[in-house]
Design a binder for this molecule. Sequence first.
Ligand code: GDP
Ligand code: IMO
Ligand code: MG
Length: 431
Amino acid sequence: MENRVIIGGQWGDEGKGKIVDTLSRDVDWVIRYQGGANAGHTIHIEDQKHVLHLVPSGILHDGVQCFLGGGMVIDPWSLRDEILALEQKGIDVRERLQLSATSQLVMPFHKRLDELRESRLKRKCIGTTGRGIGPAYLDKMQRTGMRMGDLMLPRENLERKAIEKILSANEVLSQFYEADPLPAKVLAEEIVVLSQFLKPMIVNPYDALRAVRDGVASALFEGAQGTLLDIDHGTYPYVTSSNCTIGGALTGTGLPPRSLGEIVGVFKAYCTRVGNGPFMSELLGEAGDQLREAGGEYGATTGRARRCGWFDLIAGRYAADINGMTGMIITKLDVLDKLPRVKVATAYEMDGETLDTYPVLSEQLPRCKPLFTEFEGWEKSTEGCRRLTDLPANARKYLEFLEERMGTLIVGISVGRDREAMVWTETGVSG
Ligand code: GDP
Ligand code: IMO
Ligand code: MG
């Protein structure tokens, strides 16, 4: 079986969780490689809803091994709670989940610093998920973070190390932010308890992923966030703090490029963004509200209303190019079912000039006004469609246009939130 990397093509929440769940039935490993509990991946199976933040979406298939790679920042409190909540639903997690010893720990002070930093920025804030992601990656990069492997230390050493880190963060909290310090001793003791719970799952990633590297076990890489939230290639500074693009799958696992296989981008049939920053094809007012209600566009992690707009071909092509996408999956086509007209941003107008390539610099993006191409809607339900030929003619025209202009084959179309609501199109929609 060919390996695949699933990457968000927009600003996250494209439906990656559903796609990973759908594709993980026959794989050996499902691997997360960046981000942390800022991710919210929702999967509906019959009448059960699962929202995963840290545990890979492959966990919902018996027999699939799951891995949290070294590129991640992991809040051990959240991880324990998520594991226990899944186990309460009858899903065995601890036998099938391995944690890279090189992943970073998100500590309570990271979350506190995330909140304080955001409130200081006021109107200019990023609109983070408040999960401590930026401060945890900052500690990683300045080489002061704690890693998952530290949880293997003898009790006294672990406690001492944790206290040291918390006391040092307390200095920043009290001196820079005039905030209350955190109880170092209490938290360090909690970490010792958490270490007992997590220790059996902590592994050396080089050994654990050997079979994937040797090509004898198959892997599906589960991206979190999306290309336009990438720290290097996204709408900086309104981004997350990791590489959500293809490079993250390499650095976040330590696997070589040959292990990646197909690179599949996931795009909504329209576009959403949660948090602040440029959104070139955004629909404000009633039109945006309608799309939000039709798509149930409220954040899986924070419950925030997502900003909504039309599919953006300029940004989409950029995402396909940056990642080297070998195919793409269009999700939530059904959300457009009732609309009399559907639009796509096909160019930007910036300072009187027409652009058909992505300008990259975030200072330029707010000056980009979208130029739309309009399509007749199909005004029929697509939810029951399972083959390309089941789709209404106008829906197919819309998809053919996206495929042609993106220059990337549409290999799948999601037409509902359930596992089965998929149309697979190995050779694309244009035939
Ligand atoms: P992720 O972060 O990329 O995994 O996406 P989220 O789970 O945050 O958001 C996608 C939302 O859309 C979830 O509530 C999914 O249940 C839902 N969803 C996924 N695919 C489809 C689809 O094809 N149609 C509809 N109506 N909902 C979908
Ligand atoms: P999934 O995996 C959508 C956004 C936040 C904010 C910015 C930085 O579910 O697609 P952070 O907490 O990472 O420092 O926030 O990134 N963001 C997401 N938006 N989906 C996500 O994950 C996101 N993870 C972070 O809203 O704008
Ligand atoms: Mg999400």
